[in-house]
Design a protein around this ligand. Structure first.
Ligand code: ADP
Ligand code: ADP
Ligand code: ZN
Length: 218
């Protein structure tokens, strides 16, 4: 099964992709995570991407497309969840071409719909374990023991530099202007399934499972 999770920054793509990946044994491919890895590694791509990401704009299509194509090749036959890609019409078209060349098919394009106020609230409280990357929220999903990662026990956490109010505003504009226009692209193919992304994480996950099914497939 190959799935795209679409939605604005803070909609819960990463949160739901992780649950979906665990439940159905799929590989989560997040272009945001890949770019942050490049930034940490100090690569040429990372240096270029860092400035753009901190401004809230999108990284150029050709850089993203070559980065993700290589990763899909290395998945090794498992199903994939694309989280944060595609984000422009050019990326959506490139993905179609890529999938056709690799003999893969797209099963579901799931759009998470979340009010803008809730997005801002979600992004302003987001943090992650510095060691294992587990995601948290100050109010909505804090660790069970304050200051200790549920998953790995680490006590260091980090916040993304682009989750500040000014950059968040720019990212929401980029979503509206460059990413939302790809929704009709998938709708016309009959692939788009919009779900309500408001409410508890478990509730949102139930809505996703209604679409992808409850049976484990590979
Ligand atoms: P995205 O990958 O779409 O940017 P995330 O999955 O990182 O979004 O979620 C953004 C923040 O909101 C995180 O801190 C996460 O814990 C929190 N979050 C995710 N889903 C929900 C939800 N349904 N209700 C409340 N908070 C949520
Ligand atoms: P969010 O969780 O808020 O949706 P991401 O982690 O997906 O954010 O992306 C963070 C930043 O990385 C984006 O603001 C953008 O600069 C860059 N980025 C990630 N994915 C893409 C993409 N597919 N195309 C262009 N830029 C991207
Ligand atoms: Zn951890």
């Amino acid at each position: 099964m190959n799935v795209i999770l679409l939605g604005p920054p803070g909609a819960g793509k990463g949160t739901q992709a992780e649950r979906l990946g665990k439940t159905f044994d799929l590989v989560q491919l997040s272009t945001g995570d890949m770019l942050r890895e490049e930034v940490r590694g100090g690569t040429e791509l990372g240096k270029t991407a860092k400035k753009i990401m901190d401004s809230g704009a999108l990284v150029p299509d050709e850089l993203i497309i070559s980065m993700i194509s290589g990763r899909i090749d290395r998945v090794g036959g498992k199903g994939i969840i694309l989280d944060g890609f595609p984000r422009t019409t050019a990326q959506a078209e490139a993905l179609d071409k890529m999938l056709a060349e690799k003999n893969l098919k797209l099963d579901h394009v799931i759009q998470l719909k979340v009010d803008e106020d809730a997005l801002v609230q979600r992004l302003s409280g987001r943090f992650a374990c510095a060691k294992c990357g587990a995601g948290y929220h100050d109010t909505f999903s804090p660790p069970k023991t304050e200051g200790v990662c549920d998953r790995c026990g680490a006590t260091e956490f980090s916040r993304r530099s682009d989750d500040n109010p000014e950059t968040v505003r720019a990212r929401l504009v980029a979503y509206r202007e460059q990413t939302a226009p790809i929704l009709p692209y998938y709708d016309e193919k009959g692939a788009l399934k919009a779900i309500d992304g408001m409410g508890e994480m478990d509730e949102v996950f139930r809505r996703i499972r209604e679409i992808v099914g409850t049976v484990r497939v590979s």
